[in-house]
Design a protein around this ligand. Structure first.
Ligand SMILES: Cc1cc2nc3c(=O)[nH]c(=O)nc-3n(C[C@H](O)[C@H](O)[C@H](O)COP(=O)(O)OP(=O)(O)OC[C@H]3O[C@@H](n4cnc5c(N)ncnc54)[C@H](O)[C@@H]3O)c2cc1C
Length: 471
């Protein structure tokens, strides 16, 4: 666990000076670096790991965006206003409206720029709906994996010859008496330190979900839950922010997930639910409206006996989910059970046969009637399940935090007392997201949305500051 300190020095000296320092090489940091480079300023990216991975590499790499050419090619008519309304609806109206407007209008140009300038081969997921999105607008790379996203971004940064300092964990921000950030201190694995001066700094070191103390403070319901994000999400942005008097917002907001194969620990796409599947507990009974979203599913599943549930779907849906590398891995590890009858499936999953049969029959009757069930789930669009049937045992997990540093339209860090730190930027999980203060406010893709959209805004803003300071 790093110490995360801020020191004030009247006349700081550094071993090296760079125009822009970017802390963290996940999606936010690498996009910020490419944007800064495109604006004509050479940033230095500083990453604690030997190879950049971050939570980005653990994700499905899917980024929501409205009005892209990838949507148009699929005949999907979508627009920024509808997207912004969807985000705010899911956040129960509690997300910062200016931030929602900023990210929803910035993301489509960012995705097209990454495709055009850096050859990231995006396509839109066109064969199933994500809860809460009015249109099909999740964009991903061919493998539908975040590992491919972070690898391709790193390769793009390498091709652009953006320097990346790895195995360097930033522990300390250095500011002067005016509050302006002047540089940072990074710790190397051998215990040595490097002092690096910068005219602007971008915090792209993600959120605090990997910091138990902060999770206990802000998300006590998930304090003991499986943490499924990157261990490097230790909350330095929050801890530094507290020390400089930054405004923190929506700190209880987070993304959970209720479909992590157990005990394999592999994400099972929520497509298995949205396409007509459902969840039962160990009694074989349904327990909630699964179409509310996968984030709130985390707590819903953890409240069940042994903190587990079963996803029930069929081979057709499995075929859709197979586009995700994670799902293929789950199958390879034997997490996905299949059977020709519900009775056989119950036996394989060791679920009570009669109860599973009753849950299944009730769901299928709702689909035939096109009605809404007692939990409030609308079945009017669900296709019937047909043999072979499938089941995966899943648990709930904490994926990442959504609260963080409040920022302005240029992604500059706001101060609690008013005003901004003019040369300190935040993007991705380091910044407050657009989910509001509750897990149920998380709309699919809100994580990478703020990483990519704000990464670009922050990189451009940091470049402007560096250029202005140079004179
Ligand atoms: C399992 C899982 C699935 C997900 N699926 C999706 C999805 O499909 N779509 C979506 O939108 N979102 C998804 N998310 C959320 C998404 O992954 C994150 O919101 C996003 O990756 C955050 O990007 P980031 O660049 O801010 O952080 P990260 O990708 O975590 O990158 C932060 C980087 O900073 C480095 N770092 C941290 N501290 C320091 C330090 N002090 N000094 C130097 N380096 C440091 C870390 O090592 C890391 O490389 C998922 C998350 C998880 C865990």
């Amino acid at each position: 666990m790093s110490e995360a300190r801020v020191v004030t020095e009247a006349d700081p000296h550094f071993e090296a000076e760079v125009p822009v320092a970017i802390i963290g090489a996940g999606a936010a940091g690498l996009v910020a670096a490419l944007a800064c480079h495109a604006a004509g300023v050479e940033p230095l990216v500083i990453e604690r790991d030997a190879v950049p991975r971050g939570s980005t590499s653990l994700s499905a790499g899917l980024i929501p965006a409205a009005g892209t050419r990838f949507q148009r090619e699929r005949g999907i008519a979508d627009d920024v206003a509808t997207f912004a309304a969807d985000i705010q609806k899911k956040a129960h109206g509690h997300a910062d409206p200016a931030l929602v407007a900023l990210v929803s209008r910035s993301i489509a140009p960012a995705i097209e720029w990454l495709a055009d300038a850096h050859a990231l081969p995006f396509s839109v997921v066109h064969d199933f709906d994500y809860p809460g999105h009015s249109h099909r607008r999740m964009h991903g790379l061919p493998s539908r994996s975040g590992a491919e996203l972070v690898d391709r971004l790193r390769q793009a940064a390498e091709q652009a010859e953006v320097p990346l300092l790895t195995e360097a964990r930033v522990t300390t921000l250095v500011r002067d008496a005016t509050g302006r950030i002047r540089g940072l201190v990074a710790e190397r694995p051998d215990g040595g330190t490097e002092r690096i001066g910068a005219r602007a700094v971008v915090l792209a070191c993600c959120g605090y979900a990997g910091n138990k103390a902060l999770v206990r403070k802000y998300i006590p319901d998930l304090a003991e839950a499986l943490y499924f994000g990157h261990p490097g999400n230790e909350g330095e942005a929050v801890l530094w922010g507290e020390q400089i008097g930054a405004a923190l917002r929506d700190m209880t907001g987070h993304q959970g997930h209720g479909s992590v194969a157990h005990p394999q620990g592999i994400l099972v796409s929520w497509a298995v639910i949205m396409e007509g599947g459902f969840q039962v507990n160990l009694d074989g009974a349904r327990f909630w409206n699964e179409s509310s979203g996968y984030s709130e599913a985390g707590v819903a599943v953890l409240r069940q006996k042994d903190g587990v549930a079963w996803d029930i779907f069929d081979a057709r849906i499995g075929g859709i989910a197979r586009q995700f590398e994670d799902f293929r891995n789950a199958e390879a590890q034997g997490a996905v059970l299949a059977a020709d009858t519900i009775e056989e499936l119950a036996a394989r999953a060791k679920l009570p046969v009669d109860a599973l049969r009753a849950s299944f029959d009730a769901v299928e009757a709702q689909k035939r009637a096109g009605s809404r069930d007692a939990f409030g789930r609308d079945w009017s669009r669900g296709a019937p399940l047909a043999p072979p049937f499938c089941a995966v045992r899943v648990t709930g997990a904490l994926f990442h935090s959504q609260g963080g540093l409040a920022i302005d339209d240029a992604a500059r860090v706001r101060l609690a007392a008013g005003g901004i730190v003019p040369n300190l930027f935040a993007a991705g999980g380091a910044a407050c997201g657009v989910s509001g203060p509750e897990a149920s406010g998380y709309l699919s893709g809100n994580g990478l949305l703020t990483a990519v959209a704000l990464g670009r805004v922050a990189g451009q803003g940091a470049a402007r500051v560096a250029q202005a300071e140079q004179g």
